[in-house]
Ligand binder design. Structure first.
Ligand SMILES: Cc1cc2nc3c(=O)[nH]c(=O)nc-3n(C[C@H](O)[C@H](O)[C@H](O)COP(=O)(O)OP(=O)(O)OC[C@H]3O[C@@H](n4cnc5c(N)ncnc54)[C@H](O)[C@@H]3O)c2cc1C
Length: 400
């Protein structure tokens, strides 16, 4: 059950109860900060799944919540890329195997609704964490403390506010942080499937002329699907009779997993991007989709948010050790420096990957095919791509 306190001065107040906000609140509280989390307890069920790489899992393990999340997650052992275009120059099929990196799996595919349940439960019993079951309505960052006022009129005051209230963040607007937004001519159709053949822990990604069609393993003979299409086709698929939809999707998947049954309501997500111009302001730090949004290509969004959280916790711990004011720009500056370069490079990489599939420009198609060919043939290059996909900056470390 959520506890509430009035008129208490906190070290940190986190706004937003998505995965980024809850994990950040837990991590800050665990680091010894008196923390408040402003988040409505009732959240719409999220039937999507999220692939998290090893580094992200390490954070969940450190917080002691991984064992419970793992019960509804499936290890991702191999990734198979298939060029599903009809183009003149096509890439050969390439398989990335986690065993080549000396690990049992790249990461796990997790059912969002189950992860959110575990996070809500963990937040409710965390010693240094006070959960406020409400929406943040107003924010004042002008004084020596941040004050967040909730819809029901409660004022929560802290040295540092952390905005994790999503892409249309009120907190970010209140601080006057500008964003850059853009969109793509694509929509992702997302659903879960039962299938008659086992997936053996292999995720399969068909590269099509409209974007990736990706099947990601779930426990049992079950997978999640992200099918990136034109907006019109995605809407047509979404409203189709489920049996016919299953047939069409099975054809697109070349029956690699046998016969499909659609087991969740299909959802659509228009593809777009957004980057905040800064992730700090006086008394405020941004993280998760409040700071960066990009298309669901390459499973990078929440993984990037997990690095936001780790960097924020270590920045604040250093500031505390130095006796600095936790919400001051001096204390937060290292967070800005670390995060902006990672956010920009990931955003550019996902953007390039997505656009390289869409382009009709022959030299780009050829470059992508050569890249996939080299990845298939040259072990060190393939391992570099795998390491960079999982954790930026680790790809260039010399390892066998
Ligand atoms: C189809 C799809 C597939 C994806 N797959 C992957 C994947 O495989 N791997 C990966 O790493 N990423 C993936 N992502 C990205 C990932 O889902 C997002 O990065 C992640 O959900 C963002 O979480 P968040 O907590 O930052 O934001 P959100 O989930 O948007 O949470 C924001 C929260 O803030 C709350 N809120 C808003 N306003 C207020 C307010 N005023 N007061 C209090 N609370 C407020 C909202 O209710 C919400 O709960 C995928 C995304 C999509 C669309």
């Amino acid at each position: 059950m959520a506890r509430t306190k009035k008129d208490v001065l906190y070290d940190a107040v986190v706004v937003g109860g998505g995965p980024s906000g809850r994990i950040a609140a837990l991590a800050l509280a665990r680091s010894g900060l008196q923390t408040a989390l402003i988040a409505p307890l009732e959240a719409p069920a999220d039937e999507r799944t999220t692939a998290l790489w090893q580094k992200s899992l390490d954070l969940l393990k450190d917080l002691g919540i991984w064992n419970e999340i793992e019960l509804n997650a499936e290890p991702l052992k191999k990734m198979r890329m298939i060029d599903g275009t009809e183009r003149l120059i096509r890439a050969p099929e390439t398989v990335f195997n986690s065993a080549e990196l000396g690990v049992e799996e790249f990461g796990y595919n997790i059912v969002n609704s189950k992860m959110n349940d575990v996070l809500a439960k963990a937040c409710a019993i965390e010693a240094n964490l006070t959960c406020v079951d409400d929406f943040a309505e107003e924010a004042d960052f002008s004084g020596t403390q941040a004050t967040i006022t909730t819809k029901s009129g409660l004022a929560v005051t802290a040295a540092l506010a952390v905005a994790a209230d999503g892409r249309n963040s009120k907190m970010r607007s209140a601080a006057g942080i500008e964003v850059k937004r853009w969109s793509y001519p694509q929509t992702a159709l997302v659903l879960n499937l039962d299938h008659t053949l086992p997936h053996h822990g292999v995720s399969t990604e068909f590269h099509t002329a409209t974007g990736p069609f990706t099947l990601v393993p779930l426990p049992g003979r079950r997978s999640s699907l992200v099918c990136v299409e034109t907006a019109e086709t995605a809407e047509r698929l979404k409203t189709m009779n489920k049996a016919l939809l299953a047939r069409e999707l099975e054809d697109r998947a070349r029956s690699v997993l046998g016969k499909f049954t659609v087991i969740s309501e299909p959802q659509t997500f228009p593809l777009s991007g957004m980057t905040a111009q800064s992730v700090i302001a006086p008394r405020l730090a941004l993280l998760g989709e409040t700071a960066h949004v990009f298309p669901p290509v390459g499973a990078q969004g929440l993984n990037l948010s997990m690095r936001d959280i780790s960097d924020l916790v270590s920045t604040v711990a250093t500031a505390k050790q130095k006796g600095q004011d936790l919400g001051s720009l001096t204390a937060l500056k290292p967070y800005e420096t670390k995060r902006m370069s990672d956010i920009r490079s990931r955003t550019n990489a996902v953007d390039m990957l997505n656009r390289s599939l869409l382009t009709e420009f022959l030299p780009v198609q050829a470059a992508r095919s050569v890249g996939m060919y080299l990845a298939g043939k040259i072990g060190p290059f393939r391992r570099l791509l795998m390491r960079e996909g999982m954790a930026p900056g680790t790809g260039f470390q010399l390892r066998p």
